[in-house]
Every structure is written in C-alpha cells, then in structure tokens.
Design a protein around this ligand. Structure first.
Ligand SMILES: [Zn+2]
Length: 232
C-alpha cells in the first residue's frame, strides 16, 4: 500500500509530505509526534547504551517521502547509531516495532576468556544464530551489529560495568560475589530483557568458571572504577 502511494502520488504532494518531518522539532506544529515517540524508550534500541536523542527513518525519507512522519517508520535512536546507520540499506536493519519474534529468545552471547599467563580477563560478543530460526533475521542482526560498531562500543561499556561491580571486591567472599551477580542478573533481565548487554554480561560473569573471586581480585587491580562503584 505504502509503495503504491509512493508510486502514484504526484511528486509535489510527496514533497509536501517529505517536508513535514521538518516541523516535528520543538515548538513546531508536529512536535507532539516526536515527543510521544521519544517517551517510548529509555535507551536506544540499536545499541542499548545511550538514551535516544534523534528520530531515525527506518525506511529513508528520501526514498519513502510519504512515510516522512509515519510513526511506524520513526524510531527513537541515539546520535551515534543514527550517524552510523545513515545511508545504509534500511532492509538490512531490524525494525524494533515489528521484529518481535525473538524478543524473548536469548540470542546475544558474551563469552569470558582468560589469559592463563597474565590472568588478563577478556570477553567476546557474538550472536548465537542457532537459536534464531529465521535465517534472514539472523543476517539482519549481524549486519546491524557491524554497522553500528556495537561490539567495540560495548567493550567500553561492559568494562565500566565490571569496574563498578569490582569496587570493594577486597572485602567480599566468593559467596557474596555470586549473590551480587545473581541479583544484578535478575534485575537486568526483568528490566531490560534477555538480549540487553547488561543482562548478558552479568550472566556471562555468573556462568563463567574463569570469573572466580581470585580472578576478580586480580582483574580489579588492572582497572579503575569509572562510575564510582555504585554496585558494591
Ligand atoms: Zn544507539
């Protein structure tokens, strides 16, 4: 239907619709659309790192002029993701309003590694395609992750989260560490779902035989608390 409008509507009318997006900013007539959409999510659905600050056209405004202010085509995202996504194939991106089929399937995975010589712990991010039955969707997710440079950005975030978890580590036992990790995991799972990086990272630490209290203490000496150690 939408494509038919794109094909049949006169160019001048299409351009008028295209330009409507220009009046969705603050103090303008269609600001209510932007305001309502921005309230829908706390964090950018593409990265889960920052709050949304911009509206992304899932299908680009230049090609789909009639969908310029269509709410189903407008996704609140952060500036970093929007800049990285710009001009990339929109069909290669997961649409947060429609691709809900795997919302509850834990497909995002973090694996903890440790260098046996240096005790330097590190971790890798991946998509477990085996649990995603729709192959095209798995490809989309992998592509999107690459375009927004998600793994590199998440390494910094997870490192900050770990430094918070580890502040005060010298005063706790293995039991308390496990308790804290499980508590964090349940909180993030409930609040953010199984594929948010907070949930997945705490789960990875919790499940990992490498991340013992001794390893945690060694690791704590190599990183500085970033956010003031609020969790310990
Ligand atoms: Zn983002």
């Amino acid at each position: 239907m939408q494509q038919e409008w794109e094909d049949e509507l006169e160019e001048s009318k299409k351009n008028k619709l295209h330009d409507l997006f220009g009046i969705t900013y603050e103090n303008q007539k269609l600001y209510f659309i932007r305001k309502a959409l921005m309230k829908m999510v706390d964090t950018c659905p593409m990265c889960g790192i920052q709050p949304p600050s911009q509206l992304d056209h899932q299908s680009p405004r230049s090609d789909f002029k009639t969908m310029s202010v269509s709410r189903l085509n407008l996704v609140p995202v952060c500036g970093v993701c929007n800049n990285k996504k710009r001009d990339k194939d929109p069909h290669g991106f997961v649409h947060p309003y429609y691709d809900h089929s795997i919302k509850d399937v834990p497909f995002f995975v973090i694996t903890i590694h440790s260098n046996p010589r240096t005790h330097r712990m590190s971790w890798k991010f991946s998509i477990n395609e085996a649990v995603i039955s729709d192959k095209a969707l798995a490809d989309k997710i992998n592509k999107q992750v690459g375009v927004v440079k998600l793994y590199r950005r998440l390494y910094r975030e997870t490192n900050g989260m770990l430094s918070d978890l580890l502040s005060g580590i010298d005063d706790i036992t293995e039991d308390i560490l496990n308790f804290l990790l499980q508590k964090e995991y349940k909180t993030h799972l409930k609040r953010r779902g199984p594929n948010d990086w907070h949930t997945v990272f705490v789960k990875a630490l919790n499940d990992s035989p490498i991340f013992t209290i001794e390893e945690a203490k060694v690791y704590a000496k190599t990183i500085k608390p970033i956010n003031g150690g609020v969790n310990a």
